[in-house]
Design a protein around this ligand. Sequence first.
Ligand code: XIL
Length: 310
Amino acid sequence: MNANAQHLRSSANKIYIGVALTPSAFSESNYKTIAGQEFNCLTAENEMKWDAVEGSRGNHNYNAGDQLVEFAHQNQMKVRGHTLIWHSQVPNWVQSLSKADIESTFKKHITDEMTHYKGKIYAWDVVNEVFEENGVLRNSIWHKNLGDNFVAEAFKIAHEVDPNAKLYINDYNIESKNAKSDGLYKLVSQLKAQGVPIHGVGFQSHFSVGAIPHDFASNLQRFSALGLDVAITELDIAMKLPSTPEKLSQQARDYASVFKDCLSVPRCVGVTIWGFTDKHSWIHGDALPWDSNYHPKPAVAAIEAVLKGH
Ligand code: XIL
């Protein structure tokens, strides 16, 4: 029997195992088959970002995102919505609006997109990457025009549109205790104290082989102790090429350790990998568990062993 015959999703009892997908690769049968067999949650890699859904003002196009939702439905996968408010992949027409126009457009975008997907999304990354590395709010189009309050506002609007969706703040370089995660911790504590409808924190987790933060689990734990779900939302673990057997083994241990970290925190609800095959990855460095020929790398068996509790 093939060691992987069981498929990761059937070993994942306590958490979901997610993947970022793009329908542009659906023409490859391996891509669709492995995605549907191994994972039980999906995130749109780009198709639900603002530039993808409203490239010109008022012209909405949800086709690619809808294809992903349909694929999720066919394969009994949850969907994470990614992402409503971000400083990147914002269409040009938004960047040239007046201040007054920006406020109403911000609200309209959240409302339009969440209305379209209402009832189909398990969790939304309502705001993405809103912190600078030193832990202050990023100097983005949103912060410049709307001030500190834009984060709370985004959550309030989102909750009104789809009260059943879990609402997340998502960021990178927050996996350790550091200035950035401290800034996030302070903001999230304040939002909870003010009764803002925030339900989770997403830790992107774009890592390098051999460099998984040693305090990841305790950092996840301090956020969950605020009464929030935590999730690993964009995991990949890049190596310095060329790949060697040693690097592949270390990568497998690193994937295992991230899954263990999540499983050790009761409110860590799932791990999403940012793609699954090195053939389709945003990052250089063979960072994903399947190689570019769709063969499982050592990471796959290592993840499976952790999910099964071995
Ligand atoms: C990346 C996609 O993977 C790329 O295809 C795209 O060109 C740029 O965005 N943080 C995020 C994700 O929140 O949306 C980013 O995705 C990776 C970093």
